[in-house]
Design a protein around this ligand. Structure first.
Ligand SMILES: Nc1ncnc2c1ncn2[C@@H]1O[C@H](COP(=O)(O)OP(=O)(O)OP(=O)(O)O)[C@@H](O)[C@H]1O
Length: 316
């Protein structure tokens, strides 16, 4: 991971990751035609604390995956900064790519079909830690046990495992280098309901017992409520509301969050680029509470209590 993308925080800082004023624009358009900038992250500021679970909520296209990948340094920002805390040990190593890992939605496509699952889990150990083959085999067995799989699964190929088993293996692979944060991108949305609950419980227990922080990307409010300590609600690249999960879910202040809550009861909101306001609040054209100025002036962050904030001129 390039160091100039995700830099190191001063030792005195407390969050694991500090994101400030992050803007990310993609150039879109045909290779030979006119290009335009698509602003996918728009003025994002967020701290991810050691050992917490933050759910990133929002409809498809709101920028959740892009924000998660930016934390891992996979997308250089257009402006702003993303910094990670230095390791606790006294070692002077710079920010380490091992500290942050990602788990994806589709476990089958995230494993190489020609390798056994054990070899895929072993790969980062072999490349990064230069361990003996015997130690690697022991570590793989231990990692599989930690995620509730029989160590014998090391010899299976991805197509010989169920979706739930493979997602456990993907988590084992992410754990191999002892990360401090795992970004899980819709990591349970392709799983059956019963298996989903098992994986969510696994994530919760890894978080509680090993203090691994998770950024859990989802559009499932039930999953966010079960898992997260805090939620960040995104709408077209902005965090419109951020706070403790129960506060945001039980007493949402932003009209978009309220709309998401109602969607839970049936009417799913759809991201529609045409309805995005050009200036002012991104949500103004869809907002039942919009005032005149919402179409022209961009709302800044308003704090509500110590740890709840929103961007709205006319909150609920
Ligand atoms: N590499 C890229 N180049 C151009 N545009 C991109 C790129 N990656 C993502 N986008 C666009 O950025 C926007 C946000 O995408 P992103 O995947 O972050 O949203 P999301 O909230 O995670 O959605 P989903 O829930 O569907 O995964 C979308 O409009 C998407 O088309």
């Amino acid at each position: 991971m390039p160091h100039n993308v995700v830099d190191v925080l001063p030792v005195s800082a407390s969050p694991l990751i500090r994101i400030r004023d992050a803007v990310l624009e993609f150039k879109i358009g045909k290779a030979w035609g006119a290009k335009r900038d698509l602003r996918v992250l728009d003025d994002i500021s967020l701290d991810v604390n050691e050992g917490e679970i933050i759910a990133l909520l929002g409809e498809s296209g709101s920028g959740k995956t892009t924000l998660g990948k930016s934390m891992l340094g996979l997308h250089p920002l257009t402006s702003g900064s993303i910094k990670i805390a230095p390791p606790k040990a006294a070692s002077p190593r710079r920010q380490n790519a091992h500290d942050l890992q990602m788990v994806f939605q589709d476990p089958l496509s995230s494993f190489n079909p020609r390798f056994t699952v054990g070899s895929s889990i072993a790969l980062p150990l072999r490349l990064q830690l230069k361990l003996s083959e015997e130690t690697i085999a022991e570590r793989v067995a231990e990692l599989l046990s930690r995620v509730g799989l029989n160590p014998g699964f090391a010899h299976r190929y991805p197509h010989e495992m169920s979706g739930g088993q493979l997602q456990r293996a993907a988590i084992a692979r992410a754990l191999a280098l002892s990360p401090r944060l795992i970004v899980a991108d819709e990591a349970v949305s392709k799983l059956d309901v019963s298996v989903r609950a098992q994986i969510l419980n696994l994530i919760k227990s890894l978080n509680r017992s090993e203090k691994i922080a998770f950024v859990f990307i989802t559009h499932d409010l039930g999953v966010a409520q079960f898992l997260a300590d805090r939620v960040a609600v995104m709408y077209f690249g902005r965090i419109v509301e951020l706070g403790p999960v129960d506060q945001v879910m039980d007493s949402p202040r932003h009209p978009y969050t309220t709309m998401l809550m109602n969607a839970r009861k049936g009417e799913a909101p759809v991201a529609d680029e045409a309805k995005r306001s050009a200036k002012g609040c991104n949500f103004a054209n869809r907002c039942p509470r919009a005032l005149g100025k919402c179409h022209d002036v961009r709302p800044e962050v308003t704090a509500f209590g110590d740890d709840h904030e929103f961007r709205c001129f006319n909150p609920v």
